[in-house]
Design a protein around this ligand. Structure first.
Ligand SMILES: Nc1ncnc2c1ncn2[C@@H]1O[C@H](COP(=O)(O)OP(=O)(O)OP(=O)(O)O)[C@@H](O)[C@H]1O
Length: 251
C-alpha cells in the first residue's frame, strides 16, 4: 500500500481557452473514507471530477492514485487499477431484468460476454454473484423486474450494483442524489454508507444534508480553487464557506 492517501493531486489545473476552471488544486483523499467535493455553481467540481476520472486532461499538475502517476492514463486503464466512476443510469438496460443487468456487468468484467458456450457451472456462479450484488444494494425483491420499471432511486441502486461488479477499490460518484425524492435519497445514502466499507468514495454532491451525513472529509471549491477543507462541523463554521454559499443562493 502507498500510505494513507489513495488519491493525491498536485497543482491540478484545467484551462478552457484562457478560462481557468480548476486552479492549482492539491487534493488528498484518505483511503477508506467518504470524501465530498462541494461548492457553489461554477466552482469547478465537475471539471475536477472529470480530471480525476480522466475524462478530461489537465492543463497542468499531477494526479497520483495509490502513489502511481495516472496523469496521462486513460479511463479504462485506471478502471483496471481499481478506480471506477459510476456510470449514469442510461448505462442500465431498461428491457433487461435487474438480475440480468448485473449479470451483463459481471460478464463484461470476466470477459465472458460472447462465450455463450460457457458451462452451466460458470453461468451459475455468475448468477450467484449477481444475486449477492442486488441483495447488497437492496433491490433483490425486484430481481425479475425489467429495470425500466424501477423508480429513479432503485435504478440508481442498480447502476451502483453494476459498478460494484468491477469490485472497485475507489468509487467516484457524480451527484448521486440528483433528481431524487426524499425516500430515494435516504435509501441511496444508506447504500453509499454500506458500500463504503473497505472502499474509498469520492462524490460531488449538491445536497448538503447528505454531504453532512455521509462525509468524513469535505473539500469546498470556489472559482476553481480550494476554499476550505475539513469535517462538516468544521467547514460549516467557516465564514468564507458560509459567504460562498450565501452569495450564490445555494445555502
Ligand atoms: N468545456 C468547457 N469549456 C469552457 N468552460 C467550461 C467548460 N467546462 C466547464 N467550464 C467552466 O468552468 C467553470 C467550472 O465549471 P464546472 O462545471 O466544473 O463547475 P461545477 O462546480 O461543477 O458547477 P455546477 O455546480 O453548476 O455543476 C464554469 O465557469 C464553467 O462554465
Amino acid at each position: 500500500m502507498s500510505g494513507d492517501n489513495i488519491i493525491e493531486t498536485k497543482g491540478l489545473t484545467k484551462e478552457f481557452k484562457g478560462f481557468i476552471a480548476v486552479s492549482d488544486v492539491d487534493l488528498k483523499v484518505k483511503r477508506h473514507t467518504i470524501h465530498a467535493l462541494i461548492g457553489p455553481n461554477g466552482a469547478g467540481k465537475t471539471t475536477c471530477f472529470n480530471l480525476l476520472t480522466k475524462f478530461l486532461t489537465p492543463s497542468a499538475g499531477q494526479i497520483l492514485f495509490n502513489g502511481k502517476d495516472i496523469t496521462q492514463a486513460k479511463p479504462a486503464a485506471i478502471a483496471r487499477q481499481g478506480m471506477v466512476r459510476s456510470f449514469q443510469i442510461s448505462a442500465v438496460f431498461g428491457h433487461l431484468t435487474v438480475l440480468e443487468n448485473v449479470r451483463v456487468a459481471l460478464q463484461r468484467v470476466e470477459g465472458t460476454s460472447f462465450h455463450f458456450w460457457r458451462s452451466d457451472e460458470c453461468l451459475n456462479s455468475l448468477n450467484a454473484k449477481a444475486e449477492e450484488l442486488i441483495e447488497a444494494v437492496g433491490v433483490a425483491e425486484y430481481r425479475d423486474t425489467p429495470a425500466g420499471e424501477l423508480s429513479y432511486g432503485r435504478k440508481r441502486a442498480l447502476e451502483i450494483a453494476t459498478t460494484l461488479a468491477l469490485d472497485p477499490e475507489m468509487l467516484l460518484l457524480d451527484e448521486p442524489m440528483a433528481g431524487m425524492g426524499t425516500e430515494d435519497i435516504k435509501r441511496t445514502a444508506e447504500l453509499i454508507k454500506r458500500v463504503s466499507a473497505n472502499r474509498t468514495i469520492l462524490m460531488v454532491e449538491h445536497n448538503l444534508s447528505v454531504v453532512a451525513d455521509l462525509s468524513d472529509t469535505i473539500t469546498v471549491l470556489k472559482l476553481g480553487r480550494v476554499l476550505a477543507e475539513g469535517s462538516y462541523a468544521e467547514i460549516s463554521k467557516n465564514p468564507e464557506v458560509v459567504e460562498a454559499y450565501m452569495g450564490s443562493g445555494h445555502a
